[in-house]
Design a protein around this ligand. Structure first.
Ligand SMILES: *[C@@H]1O[C@H](CO)[C@@H](O)[C@H](O)[C@H]1NC(C)=O
Ligand SMILES: *[C@@H]1O[C@H](CO)[C@@H](O)[C@H](O)[C@H]1NC(C)=O
Length: 362
């Protein structure tokens, strides 16, 4: 046998046994800017976080494309399951053995609907993210064989975060938006949920078997909305109403899917409640404020983007929000703590530590 072929064969066998021993639990991430780890750096879009001070508290202290001062929620989940952070799928360095760690397909600006975030031009819409997931599986198949690749995907942990932009960057983007003329808010929410259901079924068809599905945060209480639409310096009522309608219906839809599938495939993370805890009583969680962004300008530092010219707070750990929309690393850690250990008010039907315990037994 040609020595190169032999070498390739040996490395395929070594990689395959790595998967079989369950040493590596892959992690896949889908969604928007809350979970994008840098895909948009490779795209011609205005939705990007590739300039300082983004990343100021990241291990490298440089911007990476994450919409955070430091780590984002997927990074902290990776840390929790003892894995390297998943790389952006568009990063050309994501090849070979690195593929076995998983991949991050998320793209800032996207939503459940195709017309969400159109102002950002080239972003990876959710159907495209799922197509990339298929392509990823073909690549991994070449690396370790189709059976092992399927096993890797079936045993993986998956995270999907969608929905916020369908309100902020669609329905409420401009007064009299096309969608708000087409649908009342309750009808729009029902439409979003029915479209989201199809996306989750597609993820199941592609092999996802443990999928964390986050809801939206309290959309009206981010510094941007407080600054632009807040009532008496408080949260913006119409976006609060949107989150109040959307999140419980998402949980119901997920419960319905699981009973149809006869398995706890989808896990609903009540991120609205997780964030509301520190938004309503920031001091109890060691924050000085949840109303003012660390990086930004104007009222609440909530107007425009976070750029090198923005106001920047000296201590990010005492702010719940990093920029006008996105939590700080410290706030992200509080969210992941609840994903890991929260009771059924936070995690339905069970939390991540329970999932990890169950899955390690099978
Ligand atoms: C969104 O676009 C994709 C790809 O073009 C298409 O398959 C899908 O049906 C569209 N979704 C909706 C809700 O129109
Ligand atoms: C969540 O996790 C903790 C352990 O970390 C466990 O004690 C608790 O019972 C779990 N809650 C639920 C509802 O699964």
């Amino acid at each position: 046998m040609d020595s190169l072929v032999l070498l390739l064969l040996l490395s395929v066998l070594a990689l395959a046994s790595l998967v079989q021993q369950g040493e590596a639990r892959a992690f896949f991430v889908f969604g928007d800017s809350l979970v994008d780890s840098g895909n948009n750096n490779f795209l011609a879009t205005s939705a990007r976080a590739d300039a300082p001070p983004y990343g100021i508290d990241y291990p490298t202290h440089r911007p990476t494309g994450r919409f955070s001062n430091g780590l984002n929620i997927p990074d902290i989940i990776s840390e929790t399951i003892g894995e390297e952070p998943t790389m952006p799928y568009l990063n050309p360095e994501l090849t070979g053995e690195r593929l076995l760690v998983g991949a991050n397909f998320a793209s800032a600006g996207i939503g459940i609907l195709n017309d969400t975030g159109i102002q950002f031009l080239n972003i990876i819409r959710i159907t495209q993210q799922l197509q990339y997931f298929e392509q990823y599986q073909a690549r991994v198949s070449e690396l370790i064989g189709p059976d092992q690749a399927e096993q890797l995907v079936n045993q993986a942990l998956v995270l999907i975060t969608l929905g916020g932009n369908d309100f902020v960057n669609n329905y409420y983007l401009v007064p009299f938006s096309a969608r708000s003329r087409q649908y009342s808010l309750p009808d729009y929410v029902r439409y979003l949920i029915s479209e989201y259901r199809k996306i989750l079924m597609r993820l199941y068809d592609l092999g996802g078997r443990r999928v964390l599905v986050t809801g939206t945060g309290p959309l009206g209480c981010v510094p941007s909305e407080i600054a632009q639409r807040g009532r008496n310096g408080g949260c913006a009522p119409e976006l609060e109403e949107a989150a109040e309608l959307f999140n419980p219906q998402l949980e119901d839809m997920i419960a319905g899917l699981n009973s149809e599938l006869g398995a706890d495939v989808f896990i609903a993370a009540n991120t609205r409640l997780m964030q509301s805890d520190f938004v309503t009583d920031p001091q109890a969680y060691g924050f000085e404020t949840s109303k003012v962004a660390c990086c930004g300008q104007g009222p609440n530092n909530g107007l425009g983007l976070c750029t090198p010219l923005s106001n920047l707070c000296p201590n990010r750990d005492v702010y719940a929000f990093w920029d006008a929309f996105h939590p700080t690393e410290r706030a992200n850690r509080l969210v992941v703590q609840q994903i890991l250990r929260g009771n059924t008010d936070y995690m339905k039907p069970m939390n991540l530590s329970t999932i990890l315990a169950i899955d390690s037994r099978t």
